[in-house]
Design a protein around this ligand. Structure first.
Ligand code: AHR
Length: 512
């Protein structure tokens, strides 16, 4: 029995009766299963930016770093453990400068340089075929983002045809000549990115017309037609959602929104990744919790313009964004226990809005922003965010369950107050009942009494991620400084109570 588990069990035994009066209570209604949590809300984003693709994932077949056709074995192996359901590629802002023809054919004959995007030359070694090789190794779905900003309708139309055509088309023949007879499966296709900014400084009406024009010419076999995504606004600005959901009915399956969590809430001085004060712990969590209101604001607009709920809200860029101080490559940042809580709190919000949010891709997968994995040449570390994604795997395609929190604690500092406990429950595909818990308070553990209507729960077993430090993180020198511990507890006198340590994320299966 490891130390954390042992001490929790001991604490639970000693403290259970004393906590009865001030306990937080969670009631789960297992008899009223709700919407399925689309596994694609656990999607990830891999952009040609900094060392996100080159070095982070791709080292090339000739590298001394063990690889499979150029993709790092250590990174791919670690990502497989997350059951990554969906990967968005090649950008981001990069997508609107990317020309897909530069990335096909014999690798050594491809144009050597696209351009430096964030201090690293984004060469063309990873193109369409290599991306799908990664996707197929991961067993994930593909979300390919097309170029509106510097591309053309013809170029985008050709790319979709190249990827999806069954044969009998010149582009399908070209694909076969390049080594791939059968079509690639493109689950989602994004028509541009951040058109209000890096994608072309457009207004929503102008983009709505452009989108219709592009979408009209994107030809794919009916049965394998990608779900087309319109690139929407940023954060709380619902103007793009308003225009796009009105103008693009039946032409889009989703409107994207990007929302980053910045500790200070200000882009000029965002806040540090490590060594931050408690004020930036609470402000980061408070800012990330705004995702809930943001989704609600966009859903009000969608419900008005799309009452049939055909259009999804795709949160295809989210996560923390800190100041870059001497970063080894663009947007490289460390990732601490605080990021683990950010991820978990957002998952709970996505679960809550499962009806309208069928997809979300965290920014980003490796070495960029809130990454799962950090690399330094041959070295690799798994981040606290990685572990959160791993702990929440059972929630992929699980059926959400109604959950009510009574007598919740609150955590206050300075002028900010946030709920102490956040929770989410679901019936997973393995038939088990899972409960996820977050304690946002960095100082106080909280006892949570669990009550499941329609079931008698006897025990809880699972994983717990916590530390004594708010910025606990893994480094290349100390890669195991923070990782999940096993947790288990049993009901006493027919009642199940879980002690959630301070600043912790926990996912348990409830034994019925
Ligand atoms: O994720 C980094 C960048 O942030 C993306 O390229 C862009 O879409 C967003 O502004």
């Amino acid at each position: 029995m490891n130390i954390i588990r042992q001490s929790l069990v001991i604490l639970g035994m000693i403290a259970a009766p004393a906590f009865a009066a001030s306990q937080v209570s969670i009631s789960i209604d297992a008899g009223k299963p709700g919407t399925v949590i689309n596994k694609n809300v656990y999607g990830q984003f891999a952009e040609h930016l900094g060392t996100g693709v080159y070095e982070g994932m791709w080292v090339g077949p000739q590298s001394n770093i063990p690889n499979t056709r150029g993709w790092r074995n250590d990174v791919v192996g670690a990502l497989k453990e997350l059951h990554v359901p969906l990967v968005r590629w090649p950008g981001g802002c990069f997508a609107d400068t990317y020309h897909w023809r530069d990335g096909i054919g014999q690798q050594d004959k491809r144009p050597s340089n696209v351009h430096a995007n964030g201090s690293v030359d984004q060469i063309n070694a990873v193109g369409t075929h290599e991306f799908f090789d990664l996707i197929e190794m991961l067993g994930a779905e593909a979300y390919v983002n097309g170029n509106v900003g510097t591309g053309s309708v013809q170029e985008m139309s050709d790319w979709v045809e190249y990827m999806t055509a069954e044969g009998g088309s010149p582009l399908a023949r070209l694909r076969a000549q390049n080594g791939r007879e059968k079509p690639f499966k493109v689950a989602y296709f994004g028509i541009g990115n951040e058109l209000w900014g890096c994608g072309g400084n457009m207004k929503p009406d102008y983009y709505a017309n452009l989108y219709s024009n592009y979408e009209h010419f994107l030809r794919a076999p009916e049965k394998s037609r990608p779900k087309m995504i319109a690139s929407g606004g940023s954060g709380f600005d619902t103007a793009w959602t308003q225009v796009l959901s009105k103008e693009l009915k039946d032409r889009t399956t989703g409107i994207s929104v990007h929302q980053y969590t910045i500790p200070t809430g200000k882009w000029d001085v965002k806040g540090k990744d490590l060594g931050f004060k408690e004020g930036e712990w609470i402000s980061t969590l408070a800012n990330t919790l705004k995702m809930d209101q943001l989704i609600k604001d966009h859903v009000v607009v969608l419900d008005k313009n799309d009452p049939e709920k055909k259009i999804g809200l795709m949160i295809d860029e989210w996560g923390t964004w800190y100041d870059e101080v001497g970063a080894k490559s663009a947007l490289f940042q460390q990732n601490s226990l605080r990021d683990a809580l950010v991820a978990a709190l957002n998952f709970h919000i996505f679960h809550e809005h499962a009806q309208r949010v069928p997809m979300a891709t965290i920014a980003q997968m490796v070495n960029v922003l809130q990454a799962m994995i950090l690399t330094d040449k041959e070295k690799m570390v798994l981040t606290p965010t990685y572990y959160t994604f791993q702990m929440y795997v059972p929630f992929q395609d699980a059926r959400s369950l109604p959950l009510a929190i009574k007598d919740n604690t609150s955590y206050t500092l300075g002028g900010l107050t946030i709920p102490g406990v956040s929770a989410s429950a679901a019936r997973a595909k393995d038939g088990k009942l899972y409960l996820a818990l977050v304690n946002t308070d960095p100082h106080k553990a909280t006892d949570v009494a669990i009550n499941v209507a329609g079931a008698k729960v006897t025990a809880a077993t699972g994983k717990l991620l916590t530390s004594t430090m708010m910025d606990a993180h893994n480094t290349f020198q100390s890669p195991q400084a923070i990782k999940p511990a096993t947790f288990s507890t049993r009901a006493a006198s027919g009642k199940l109570s879980i002690k959630v340590p301070a600043k912790a994320v926990m996912v348990v299966a409830l034994e019925e």
